[in-house]
Write a protein that binds this ligand. Structure first.
Ligand SMILES: Cc1ncc(COP(=O)(O)O)c(C=O)c1O
Length: 368
């Protein structure tokens, strides 16, 4: 089967480097080299300055894996496989699925979370939220059948910023465990909870048959490093993922691993910086929605750096985004790129330039 184009990534590729402002970035304001190196401990700075550009450990630098394990608190260093985040999705989908397997995938979702499975010849059922925006476990259970091999979840959720409770996560994991179904939990936005008490445990710490994905791109404001990791405590699954990595990147980028280590060692400072940016942008959106109650509505995100703004102007999301781009040169990602019903645009709340992009949206709205 042919792999369909990744519509969101193609759309970004077409415009993102030519527009002055973006409204829909999913990452947090990317750090600069100087800012990051200023956070380094003397030992990590030495690692950086004396770095030799060797091939690295396929599993990931031991010090980096140790630091990631410490961040989670209940994940073992040996259960971590460092990879590019998008590569992690590829490894899971290609190493663990076979033709005619069935998957249940949270919807809407980042396209690779279902597209690679479709290309493998699997069938996919979409787990959608109810009319209140809540992902009901009973709905998920009703989508499972005898061929279901994998359930794919993503909390904090891109693009809505929705969360589930720890009890709900445990219910999903234990239901899948009992049913012999693997869980793939995309946790790329973990750490960006508005209320720190809402932070979920790494799903892979709850069962051997869960694989978790996270990385430096969103929470740690370092998307350009291209560093992430899979976590899984089942040795057979782990081995399958590791073997496939020999055919993707073999090992990770040596400088990126050390820079990731430096960031993780200063995680509290980086998280607080990012959460402060998100909090400020959330209050700007609340003001904005209050100003235009007949044109927009939204549900404040519980976690993550993205949320959806519903468009009540009568335009489709495609028409709205195109007109906004033409008139104000601001790139906005519409719900059509997520295959979502209802006109809406994604708000990227982690960026400093968001205020300017929102001011442009305000001007655009008053000219409608
Ligand atoms: C939910 C989710 N998973 C995975 C990824 C892939 O991360 P990266 O682009 O750093 O490879 C993204 C990126 O937007 C994402 O939003």
């Amino acid at each position: 089967m042919k792999l369909s184009p990744f519509v969101l990534e193609r759309h970004f590729a077409k415009y993102e480097f030519d527009v002055p402002y973006q409204l829909s970035c999913s990452d947090c304001e990317p750090l600069r080299m100087q800012e990051l190196l200023a956070l380094a401990t003397p030992d990590s700075l030495r690692l950086w300055e004396t770095l030799q550009f060797l091939y690295t450990d396929t599993n990931g630098h031991p010090l980096l894996r140790k630091e990631i394990a410490e961040w989670y608190g209940n994940v073992k260093q040996e259960d971590l496989l460092v990879c590019v985040p998008e590569e992690g999705i590829y490894l899971v989908m290609k190493a663990l699925l076979e033709k005619e397997d069935h998957l249940v995938v949270i919807s809407p979702s980042y396209q690779s979370l279902y597209e690679l499975a479709i290309e493998t010849g699997c069938s996919v059922s979409r787990w959608e939220a109810d009319e209140k925006g809540i992902y009901q476990v009973e709905t998920l259970k009703s989508l499972v059948n005898a061929k279901t091999r994998l359930v794919v979840i993503n909390f904090p959720h891109n693009p809505s910023g929705t969360m589930i409770s720890r009890a709900v996560l445990e219910e999903i994991v234990w239901f899948c465990d009992r049913s012999g179904i693997l869980v793939f939990s995309d946790e790329m936005y973990r750490g960006l909870e508005q209320n720190p008490g809402d932070r979920l445990p790494c799903a892979s710490s709850l069962s051997d048959f869960c694989i978790s994905l996270s990385g430096m791109s969103k929470t740690f404001a370092l998307p350009g490093l291209r560093i992430g990791w899979l976590s899984c405590s089942d040795p057979v699954i782990f081995e399958k993922l590791l073997r496939l990595k020999d055919y993707t990147t073999i090992c990770s980028s040596a400088p990126s691993e050390i820079l990731s280590l430096i960031a993780l060692q200063s995680r509290e400072m980086i998280l607080n910086r990012n959460l402060a940016i998100i909090k400020k942008n959330i209050s700007l959106v609340n003001e904005f929605v209050r100003r235009y109650p007949s044109k927009y509505s939204w549900t404040e995100p519980k976690a993550g750096s993205v949320a959806m703004l519903n468009i009540l102007t009568g335009q489709t999301s495609e028409e709205f985004c195109q007109a906004f781009l033409e008139k104000k040169q601001v790139l906005a990602i519409g719900s059509h790129l997520f295959n979502m019903p209802g006109p809406a645009i994604r708000l990227g709340l982690g960026r400093i330039g968001f205020a300017e992009a929102l001011a442009d949206l305000s001007q655009f709205t008053s000219e409608l």
